[in-house]
Design a protein around this ligand. Structure first.
Ligand SMILES: [Zn+2]
Ligand SMILES: [Zn+2]
Length: 339
């Protein structure tokens, strides 16, 4: 079977490998779509922390189940996606129903080889039914589930103001699921094009450009002086995260979906007087995947909003670097296998 590996930063290499087979406890998927995300781009750039090479990238996947290998309830030939966070099943997180933050998690395409292959064997417990969705939609479930999980962590209530900082693919998904939860979304970014996208495509009513607007005044105006009761960071920028603390209403929750490498800091009396809650949000759970799929089936999320670039598997190497250039306006590049 054909594979595409990231041999070292900046170098993608096509190769051939013996076609995978499903070992006990695994099922075999013929890959049809691979969504490209920030993790893949950073791995290629060499800026993804703790990343080792060579590695086959790709964790936003859809395909046909060619060998269920006994996976309960799954049929040969059905379209599937899967939860690409492989977990140990017995650590404290797994025992607490939080396999998304398993102490020895192995993310497919990050810690173990991923989906830039024709056939991929995955743990059967990770399979997710396609439920009649298209391959494009199924490949978008994982990145959207990240946002859905952040919104679930925040326990967004109908009518409350939810400030989402960062309008990249994860931020956009977070805005959609905050809206689906009934929140009044405020989108903040420094990129006018992305903010225009939020307004035009996602119908976000409140837009703040952090570089040109008086952020505190705008937030106060939008929220009638209250400030947002939920703030969700999807930038992973240290400065953005540190600034986010001051945007919270008294009693607010602050959820960090984005990840950065340094130490965050905030003024304790300011945090304390708000009786604020700070939490991180890592990956997503099966419940989030199911929520995303149900929302797609109801037409609450339109996958065509996200896919800005589309290539065949054989052209990934030639195109990959261009997706790093912000001028190309990539939201989601989708790789197709047409066999
Ligand atoms: Zn991703
Ligand atoms: Zn575990």
């Amino acid at each position: 079977m054909k594979i595409l590996a990231c041999a070292e930063p900046g170098l993608l290499v096509y190769g051939e490998k013996e076609t995978s087979i499903a070992q006990p406890g695994e099922s075999l998927i013929q890959i049809k779509r691979i969504g490209i995300c920030g993790t893949d781009l950073h791995a290629f750039e060499g800026t993804q922390p703790f990343f080792t090479y060579p590695r086959i990238l790709g964790h936003e996947l859809a395909g046909d189940l060619v060998d269920p290998n006994g996976a309960e309830g799954f049929k040969q030939g059905e379209a599937v996606t899967f939860i690409p966070y492989f977990n140990c099943g017995h650590c404290i997180a797994c025992r607490s129903g939080k396999p998304n933050c398993c102490t020895s998690i192995k993310v497919c395409g990050v810690h173990v080889d991923g989906g830039m292959v024709e056939y991929l064997a995955v743990p059967s417990y990770a399979l997710v039914h396609g439920e009649g969705l298209s391959y494009d939609e199924l490949a978008l479930v994982e990145p959207l589930a990240i946002g859905a999980h952040g919104v679930r962590r925040a326990a967004v209530q109908p009518g409350e103001f939810v400030l989402v900082i960062g309008a990249g693919p994860i931020g956009l998904g977070t805005m959609e699921f905050a809206r689906i939860a009934g929140g009044e979304v405020i989108a903040m970014d420094m990129n006018e094009g992305r903010l225009a996208f939020c307004k035009d495509k996602l119908k976000v009513n409140h837009i703040i450009n952090v570089t040109t607007d008086d952020v505190m005044a705008r937030l106060s105006e939008i929220t009638n002086g209250d400030m947002p009761t939920v703030v969700i960071d999807c930038t992973g920028s240290l400065r953005a995260i540190n600034n986010g603390f001051q945007y919270m209403a008294h009693g607010a929750r602050y959820v960090l979906v984005g990840l950065q490498k340094g130490e965050i800091s905030f003024i304790h009396p300011e945090f304390h007087k708000r009786e604020a809650t700070l939490m991180s949000s890592r990956n997503a759970t099966r419940a989030d995947f199911e929520h995303v799929i149900a929302s797609m089936k109801k037409g609450l999320v339109d996958p065509t909003n996200y896919i800005t670039h589309r290539v065949q598997f054989d052209d990934v190497k030639a195109e990959f670097e261009s997706w790093l250039n912000p001028a190309n306006g990539v939201i989601k590049a989708m790789v197709e296998f047409n066999i």
